[in-house]
Design a protein around this ligand. Structure first.
Ligand code: ATP
Ligand code: MG
Length: 358
């Protein structure tokens, strides 16, 4: 997919801007506080219906306005054109896809697969498991949208079971245990299958940026994997009743990145950590491109803060060969490095929230 036209209203200091991006690389530069991250945030909101900077949408809406809106014309790989639009006022969610309204964020995510690399991205490997679970599930979902239904059913069964644990309604718990085991096992299988396909793609990409051998990615299922999930639920029942929630299951899943069987995040440098995270994100988009003709879009905020000169050149080169659409920000044109190596890029300048193509 490619964003052909993008309209942004009331996103931070961007009042009303309309741009026609390149289908390949788009370089956005401007001084501090000019609106570069606001621009990246606008595209992110269109694909994910949330900000990556704040947990609520209110601070993102321009101070003088009640709601923000981002709309786009997106060409899909089969040649069809999709009209996408999202309007957020801090409470309600209005989304339209080809003039039909939808309340499903997944519809938006499917129409516009996005990956974001920004200065806090290293948290993917450094922070708690939830962010890695979300990352993994993004990949599983885009790889096979059939994942969504068992995933939703699993969530529903989990929430029912947790309510019953609180009221100690033991006889009904058994019924929900069956659902939980059934859908939980399916969710786990999807994740396992995805990670197997993902691993070689990731290893290939990471080897371009880091000279590290013997890399492995390991799924942590969320329960003692020596045992069957139903067995673990039975064993944990007393503990689950005491605390009022389900301790084990795919809702506790995680993945580990290992070098020579050691957890990478425990000994790599901050720069290496960033490169690993970047490679993980690129690999998700690359796998999408390999498996489906459904190519995603890559957003990179603060390019220079993320990478040194050599890796910036490697990344630009990689993106230009990969052929996916990318939006990359920096404070200076020079931060993008030698632009002779890339073709068909567009350059935009941002100042006081106004975006001009150069
Ligand atoms: N809700 C809002 N309404 C209006 N302006 C806002 C709002 N939120 C933030 N701003 C302002 O928008 C401007 C652009 O912020 P942004 O984070 O996009 O800058 P930037 O170009 O990414 O800067 P840097 O290079 O420092 O990262 C800032 O001056 C910021 O204070
Ligand atoms: Mg910024």
């Amino acid at each position: 997919m490619t964003l052909l036209k993008l309209n942004i209203y009331a996103v931070r200091n961007i009042q009303k801007e309309s741009i026609t991006p390149a289908p390949t690389i788009n370089l956005i530069y401007g001084k501090n506080a000019s609106g570069k991250s606001a621009f990246i945030e606008a595209v992110f909101i269109l694909g994910r219906a949330k900000s990556f900077r704040t947990s609520t949408i209110k601070p993102v809406i321009n101070f003088a306005q009640q709601s923000l809106m981002v709309t786009a014309l997106v060409s899909q790989t089969n040649g069809s054109i999709t009209h996408l639009g999202i309007q957020l006022d801090g409470k309600n969610f209005f989304c339209r896809i080809n003039n039909q309204s939808t309340q499903k964020r997944s519809d938006l995510a499917y129409a516009l697969p996005l990956q974001l690399i920004h200065p806090k991205s290293y948290e993917l490997l450094d922070a708690g498991a939830q962010i890695r679970r979300e990352f993994l599930d993004w990949g599983v979902f885009h790889n096979d949208p059939n994942f969504l239904s068992p995933w939703r059913n699993f969530k529903k069964a989990l929430s029912q079971r947790n309510s019953l644990l609180k009221t100690r309604a033991l006889e009904q718990i058994n019924v929900w245990d069956k659902e939980l085991v059934n859908y939980g096992t399916i969710v786990n299988n999807y994740r396992q299958h995805y990670l197997q396909k993902f691993k070689p793609v990731f290893i290939e990409i990471v080897s371009k940026f880091l000279a590290i051998d013997n890399i492995d990615l390991r799924l942590i299922s969320g329960w003692d994997s020596v045992k069957e999930f139903h067995q673990v639920l039975n064993n944990d029942l007393e503990k689950d009743l005491r605390y009022g929630f389900t301790h084990s299951g795919p809702h506790r899943a995680d993945f580990q990145l290992l070098f020579n069987n050691r957890l990478a995040k425990d000994f790599v440098s901050r720069g290496q950590l960033k490169l690993l995270v970047m490679s993980l994100k690129l690999a998700q988009v690359q796998l999408l491109a390999n498996e489906h003709s459904h190519i995603g879009c890559i957003l990179i905020d603060d390019f220079a803060a993320e990478l040194d000169v050599i890796n910036r050149a490697k990344l630009l080169n990689y993106l230009s060969i990969m052929g996916c659409q990318a939006f990359i920000t920096a404070t200076e044109i020079a931060d993008f490095g030698d632009l002779n190596q890339i073709k068909n890029y567009k350059m935009f300048h941002v100042e006081h929230g106004i975006i001009k193509q150069m």
